[in-house]
Design a protein around this ligand. Structure first.
Ligand code: SAH
Length: 246
């Protein structure tokens, strides 16, 4: 069990553990992670060629993003604190015949022995679930090779995100189980940019995710007011393909 000083909220981990078995059901409690995955990959691919690269997926859950990055040729490691989510990820991997290494760890713990090991680090839908998000940003920056790319996805904190991401998504459309998110834990884009700047990471691009409830499809957009993605660049030689904007 994580000690009290660790950057883990045990209630959050217990909640993710409780639905782990349904992680790969596209119509299950975390169906929206399946729905957003294609545009997350679109965003990642615009900023990094994953083929043959060392990729770390922080807070990988059941492995939806990890597997899709492995399918693009990434040598992916997924870390998460929820054992049952990792079990679901390992089970699914057997069916998909891809290669991903799954480990139980926080970013902070993993950074101790894996400094500067990864070309690409992804940390999606995790920051809003930890007690101290700047500590995760710090650990992710330590895990990156010079010139590496760091991707975050999280939720903005304002009235609109309360109405759309909590009232709308959890209670009206029931896209997510009620209680998945706490509005106070959401993160304004300038906050994330400041935490990253403290690690000498520079922002390459920020994009919003827009949901169409009729088609049940997401698209990338310029509006960061609810869900958004950011790509940061670690200091050093870029080394990776940058395909421009999406
Ligand atoms: N990144 C995945 C899953 C997001 S759900 C995706 O977007 O598809 C958030 C995940 O973060 C859960 O699996 C939860 O167990 C994990 N998590 C929460 N706090 C964590 C921490 N401090 N360290 C590592 N994983 C954590």
């Amino acid at each position: 069990m994580p000690c009290k000083s660790s950057n883990v909220d045990d209630r959050e981990i217990a909640r993710f553990e409780s639905v782990a078995a349904t992680w790969w059901d596209p119509h299950g409690p975390y169906g929206s992670l399946h729905d957003i995955n294609p545009i997350r990959l679109e965003f990642i691919r615009a900023h990094a060629d994953l083929d043959g690269k060392q990729v770390l997926d922080v807070g990988c859950g059941g492995g939806i993003l990890s597997e899709s990055m492995a399918a693009l040729g990434g040598r992916v490691t997924g870390i998460d604190m929820a054992q049952s989510c990792l079990a679901a990820a390992r089970l699914h991997l057997r069916r998909s015949a891809l290669t991903v290494e799954y480990r139980q760890a926080t970013a902070e713990e993993f950074a101790v022995d894996h400094r500067r090991k990864f070309d690409v680090v992804t940390c999606m839908e995790l920051l809003e679930h930890v007690p101290r998000p700047p500590s995760v940003v710090h650990a992710c920056s330590q895990l990156l090779k010079p010139g590496g790319r760091l991707f975050f996805a999280t939720l903005n904190r304002n009235i609109k995100s309360f109405l759309f991401a909590i009232v709308g998504a959890e209670y009206v459309l029931r896209l997510l189980p009620a209680g998945t998110h706490r509005h106070a834990k959401f993160i304004r884009p300038p906050e994330l940019i400041d935490w990253a700047a403290a690690e000498r990471l520079s922002l390459l691009q920020a994009r919003g995710m827009r949901y169409n409830p009729f088609t049940r499809r997401y698209a990338l957009c310029a509006d960061l007011s609810v869900n958004y993605l950011m790509c940061f660049h670690a200091p050093g030689d870029p080394g990776l393909k940058y395909a421009g904007t999406v």
